[in-house]
Design a protein around this ligand. Structure first.
Ligand SMILES: *Cc1c(COP(=O)(O)O)cnc(C)c1O
Length: 408
């Protein structure tokens, strides 16, 4: 993988990569993983030039896909795409009304390719890997990241391997395998899967695409921040609740807001960022409450919301800093609250949330009653994946021929 000084086919505004802990610079025209300090690398752009060349009006004329923001993306060639459409902001009137809030918007990321927002990150990671000459990619995954990696790798003619905790739902495993990924069940949790992906990468067998171990998934995830600002007419909501596993989306949106401010598209106001976790896997909440900059690994992590069953996050310090700088906080909800909220929103509003998305709604309900979210706020929730990939209770009625239709 000697890709040093690869010239891009497409001019971009990337100046360099930067260590998120030490600020040390690295060249963007070679394959990169973590910094020498073992921390995630962030992509930096020539923001003054973008500011000169990009206007709201020019953006508005482009198609509603994540590639709309191409000046703020690291693309080195025309993108390999599976249709990364804008995702809708659904008004949840019932939640807003019962919680006495101005507005509750649910950004429904289940509409993306492979049915989750992992498509944003992996679209960028795989496109950049292709441009930089990588031919085999591996990922530790609770389900959605693997599906997205597998799909984009197939589109890009790259081999893919997915390492999944053994209790990953069959539907996710089948999806990865059907896209052509070599799919493995591993005894243990996502961090155990991560060790395998890392070991193979260290031997030069493949590229490790684990959360924040390469610089580009975060660049894809940050498009959530661009897109929601754009959809809300460049006014950000007061509060964002984000279901936090590895935290890529939260860190990415926080970066996106800074970039938008630097190019003059938004002002200095920021939403309160609230990291939502599950009570039985809440390392970020614990670190937040203890005033720590890093989170200790969570033992015996368990939750029905598999996407946030992440006991150790490499970007813990970045999540905690964004949450604190925003004046937000971290909070945990129980699986019972998650499943109850998911069922009630499906019935009362016709919106099928995934458990992770339902966790943000459950946290909203809890924090409104505790008074940490003020009445009248404009709130944004994330439904990060389609609810259709998760188990639902079986329907109860079978039709009986003798039953009068009037009684149905
Ligand atoms: C990956 C995932 C998350 C967590 O996202 P991060 O940005 O990695 O914290 C939440 N929900 C679902 C459905 C996911 O797939």
């Amino acid at each position: 993988m000697d890709a040093h000084l690869l010239k891009p086919d497409l001019e971009n505004y990337v100046t360099h990569l930067e260590c998120s802990a030490t600020g040390q610079h690295y060249p963007a025209d070679a394959v990169q993983t973590l910094s020498d300090a073992g921390k995630p690398l962030l992509v930096r752009y020539d923001l003054p030039s973008i500011k000169k060349n990009l206007s709201k009006r020019a953006l508005a004329e482009r198609r509603p896909t994540l590639w709309r923001y191409k000046e703020l993306l690291p693309l080195r060639a025309d993108p390999i795409s599976l249709g990364e459409t804008f995702t809708p902001l659904i008004d949840s009137r019932e939640l807003a009304h019962t919680l006495n809030l101005d507005q509750v918007l649910i950004k429904d990321e289940g509409r993306l390719p492979t049915g989750s927002f992992k498509a944003r990150g992996l679209a960028l990671a795989v496109n950049l890997a292709k441009s930089l000459g990588i031919s085999k990619m591996a990922i530790p995954t609770n389900g959605n990241a693997g599906s997205a990696l597998a799909a984009y790798c197939s589109a890009a003619k790259i081999e893919s391997l997915c390492f999944c905790p053994s209790d990953t739902p069959e539907v996710n495993l089948q999806e990865m395998a059907f896209y052509g990924a070599k799919t493995f069940k591993v005894e243990g949790l996502i961090n155990d899967c991560g060790k395998i992906a890392r070991a193979g990468a260290e031997r030069g067998l493949w590229f490790d695409t684990a959360t924040l171990r390469e610089p580009y998934r975060i660049e894809g995830k940050k498009t959530m921040g661009f897109e929601l600002a754009d959809q809300m007419n460049w006014e950000l909501p007061d509060v964002i609740l984000y279901p936090t596993g590895g935290g890529t989306g939260l860190i990415g949106m926080w970066k996106a807001f800074d970039e938008l401010e630097a190019i003059g598209l938004i002002g200095e106001g920021r939403p309160q960022m609230i990291a939502v976790q599950a009570e039985q896997c809440a390392p970020i909440v614990r670190a937040f409450e203890q005033g720590l900059d890093h989170a200790e690994p969570w033992l015996n992590a368990q939750t029905a919301a598999a996407g946030i069953r992440v006991p150790v996050a490499l970007g813990d310090f970045l999540i905690l800093k964004a949450v604190r700088d925003s004046g937000g906080f971290a909070t945990a909800v129980s699986d019972a609250e998650i499943l109850r909220t998911q069922a009630s929103i499906a019935k009362s509003e016709g919106i099928l949330l995934c458990p992770e998305g339902a966790a943000t709604a459950a946290a909203l309900i809890r924090e409104c009653s505790r008074g940490r979210i003020r009445p009248g706020a404009k709130v944004l929730l994330f439904n990060c994946a389609t609810g259709l990939k998760y188990p639902m209770p079986a329907p109860v009625h079978s039709f009986n021929d003798n039953q009068p239709l009037e009684t149905l």
